[in-house]
Design a protein around this ligand. Structure first.
Ligand code: BG6
Length: 494
């Protein structure tokens, strides 16, 4: 049972940055409009590039106007602004943190404080250390929580180092490792779909499922994030976090309950059952590529190497695909294919489950063609849908078939952004949709052999034209000729 959120002070590090502008402030505004925020909440933006609150609010307006549901309500926005505060700081010296501490000790502010690190990952440790050194992480007078974005570390070793560092200043219960995919309605629906519908359970295993694809494609490039992206790449940016989380929800065993620890225990168990990719077999399990220039939605776009701030010899991958095997009773022998890419043909995230062929083609002597296998598609975005494909007879005298899909589309009901629920969870102290340290560690273990191998081959990377579905060479990951990337929710387009 969720506890209602207590009053708190919500402090955003990096308040002038992209995430704060495009996601956090909007989410807080929507929660305010929906009367879900605690009455006495105050939101403090920390930044160095802007002088004061008025200038900060002015810098947020463009995104707020564009994204506010139903338009920005002038009077509600005015009262929301009363909750906003801005504290200009360089966040470098111990004095900066002493000043912040004094600032937060003002009577206006609640002693319960959530610190949101909307910062480059390299700053997570120094900022935590500095907050800890001035006593801002001690829970003597109220709770103190820290929200960190992914990636948590840049590989297994660095994530362990970061974890050890965090433990010097905080308990695990104070840390909220956010993965915004877990806040998406459709992702949460995966659990409901699996565990509230008995008819699927008998089919959800190696006896009936041929393979599973988890894919995320985007049409956007790297925008203004070259500094972050070129150090990170698609494998760390999407697969190590969001797609492995999706995989755990699709493949895990039913948890004892939906409470945070029970759910996270099951996810960890699943991640631990994934067979490690052998050092010598990285190329048959992983594929990477980078976009060149091309046409996206009929517009000419530049190549990755021409993006501002990208070194001309960069071998950073903007496309990554992985084949994984879950070595447990339920899934042994079923390949899971994960794929992500920027500047692809379409924006689409989906889980596509391909069932085995029927054991016998009964109608071989008739004009019936080879049956298509059944697919179950979980569209995550932009179409939020559950779709089951079945083969039926085409009306007419001939015995011909076609594939139809039974569609449960719930797009109309969708309105909330993933961050809204997650920010509220932080205030309510609910860890269910946040990653535990062992979950992050297990995810790094899975991708680490690939990172090491790719890291040692920095002089060449395959390419794909922007606006395409990525290189055909990635098909080498598939185990059977009948398996290939599923790009569309439509049966006739696939
Ligand atoms: C972020 C990645 O975590 O997720 C981005 O850093 C990516 O590179 C984004 O574009 C995708 O999120 P969504 O919700 O748009 O699918």
């Amino acid at each position: 049972m969720k506890k209602p959120a207590e009053n708190c002070t919500f402090v955003i590090f990096g308040a002038t940055g992209n995430l704060a502008k495009t996601k956090l402030i909007i989410a807080l505004y929507h929660l305010y409009v929906d009367k879900l925020l605690p009455k006495g909440i105050h939101i403090v933006g920390l930044g160095r590039s802007i002088e004061d609150k008025d200038a900060w609010i002015a810098s947020l307006m463009e995104e707020l106007k564009a994204r506010a549901r139903g338009g920005l309500n002038a009077s509600l926005f005015k009262s929301f602004c009363d909750k906003l505060h801005y504290f200009k700081t360089y966040m470098k010296t111990p004095e900066d943190y002493q000043n912040l501490k004094q600032y937060l000790e003002q009577k206006t502010f609640s002693k319960n404080i959530a610190f949101y690190f909307s910062l480059p990952p390299s700053l997570y440790a120094p900022v935590t250390g500095s907050l800890g050194d001035v006593g801002l992480l001690k829970e003597d007078t109220g709770w103190r929580r820290v929200v960190v974005e992914k990636p948590f570390g840049s590989d297994l070793e660095s994530s362990r180092d970061l974890q050890r560092y965090f433990e010097r200043y905080m308990d695990e219960s104070q840390i909220y490792r956010i993965d915004h995919y877990l806040g998406k309605e459709t992702v949460q629906n995966v659990q409901v779909f699996r565990f509230a519908n008995l008819l699927l359970e008998p089919l959800w295993n190696r006896n009936y499922i041929d393979h599973v694809q988890i894919s995320h494609s985007e049409t956007i490039g790297i925008g203004s994030r070259s500094g972050y992206y070129d150090r990170t790449g698609a494998l760390r940016d999407m697969i190590q976090s969001h797609l492995l989380q999706l995989l755990s929800l699709v493949a895990m065993e039913p948890p004892v309950s939906m409470q945070a620890e029970d759910l996270r225990n099951e996810k960890v168990k699943l991640l631990r059952s994934i067979s490690p990719i052998p050092k010598g077999a990285v190329s048959s399990h992983a594929f990477r590529a980078q976009y060149t220039n091309g046409l996206v939605n009929d517009k000419e776009v530049k190549s990755y190497l021409e993006e501002e701030g990208i070194p001309e010899e960069s071998a950073c991958e903007t496309y990554a695909a992985l084949k994984l095997h879950v070595n447990n009773w339920r899934w042994r022998g079923v390949p899971f294919y994960l794929r992500t890419g920027k500047r692809m043909a379409e924006k689409r995230s989906m889980v596509a489950i391909c069932f085995r062929q029927t054991p016998k083609q009964f109608f071989r002597t008739s004009q019936l063609q080879q049956f298509e296998p059944n697919w179950l598609l979980i569209g995550i975005q932009p179409d939020e849908t559950l779709r089951m494909e079945l083969t039926v007879k085409k009306p007419g005298l001939d015995m011909k078939t076609k594939v139809i899909s039974m569609d449960a589309c719930f797009s109309d009901e969708m309105s909330k952004d993933a961050y809204e629920g997650l920010l509220l969870d932080v205030m309510e102290g609910d860890h269910t949709l946040f990653l535990r340290s062992d979950e992050v560690e297990e995810s790094w273990k899975i991708v680490d052999p690939v990172l090491r191998s790719w890291g040692s081959q920095r002089d060449y990377i395959q390419t794909y034209p922007a606006g395409s579905w990525g290189p055909d060479e990635s098909l080498r990951l598939f185990e059977k000729e009948s398996q290939k990337w599923r790009c569309s929710l439509e049966p006739d387009k696939k």
